[in-house]
Design a protein. Structure first.
Length: 238
């Protein structure tokens, strides 16, 4: 597998242009220490160029990340730029403010440099592997939960995610899921399906009866195991 391309952008205007490709409600991944787990995912609210970036803190994280969400604490921020860009960006920053009311908001310093990783350089494998998309929904009051499952086919696969084709008629509208589980069933191991956390990054109409979902996978160890199932060696994964 070819090595993943990484570029470091230091020019001020290029850093601004890169971050301007993010949109409100995009998910940003925050890491507060080397190897810290799990990471905190926050929705982008907006930014003031060269000054700060502000994101919404999930309600449950206000307690579980209390020690990390402190003024002056450092963090690594990652995000996916979708569309033709096909890039993951990452930068180091520092918390410069936390607001708890009326909405929990986190302010971090606007970065002086950004690292950009090309996602399109990863080898994509054309597949026809059965898979099930699983996600949890709540009622209008946010109380009662139910689990939805849709059976489909993975039509291409990379170390960073997959493209999943699902039966989906025109009248069904858009799939509302974002955080999902993908259950993959390999013919060689019919009794040992692989369950991977993922995030729906895009969805497109495939034809009148199907949609395709672009899904970004989570933990790297699960991805290594996944690719091992397809006969790809661990040291080939960039």
């Amino acid at each position: 597998m070819s090595e993943q391309t990484k570029d470091t952008v230091t020019d001020r205007q290029l850093v601004i242009d890169t971050l301007n490709r993010l949109r409100p409600a995009d998910l940003l991944d925050f890491q507060f220490g080397i190897g810290s787990k799990p990471r905190l995912k926050c929705k982008l609210i907006g930014y003031e160029e060269t000054k700060y970036i502000v994101v919404a803190i999930p309600e449950l994280a206000r307690v579980s990340y209390k020690d990390q969400l402190t003024l002056g604490n450092g963090c690594i921020v990652r995000a996916i730029i979708e569309g033709d860009a096909g890039q993951c960006i990452a930068f180091r920053s520092t918390i410069n403010g936390v607001i708890n009311h009326p909405q929990a908001l986190l302010f971090v310093d606007y970065p002086k440099q950004v690292q950009m990783f090309s996602l399109r350089n990863q080898i994509r494998i054309t597949t026809h592997v059965p898979a099930t998309l699983i996600y949890t929904t709540t009622d209008a009051a946010g109380k009662d939960e139910s689990t939805e499952a849709f059976h489909g086919t993975i039509i291409d696969l990379s170390v960073g995610g997959c493209r999943l084709k699902l039966p989906w008629h025109l009248g069904q509208g858009r799939l509302s899921a974002q955080e999902v589980l993908v259950k993959i069933l390999f013919p060689s191991r019919p009794d040992e399906p692989l369950l991977i956390e993922g995030e729906v990054k895009s969805q497109n109409r495939h034809d009148g009866k199907h949609i395709t979902l672009g899904i970004k996978f989570g933990e790297i160890q699960e991805l290594i195991e996944l690719f091992n199932q397809l006969g790809i060696e661990e040291n080939d994964i960039s």
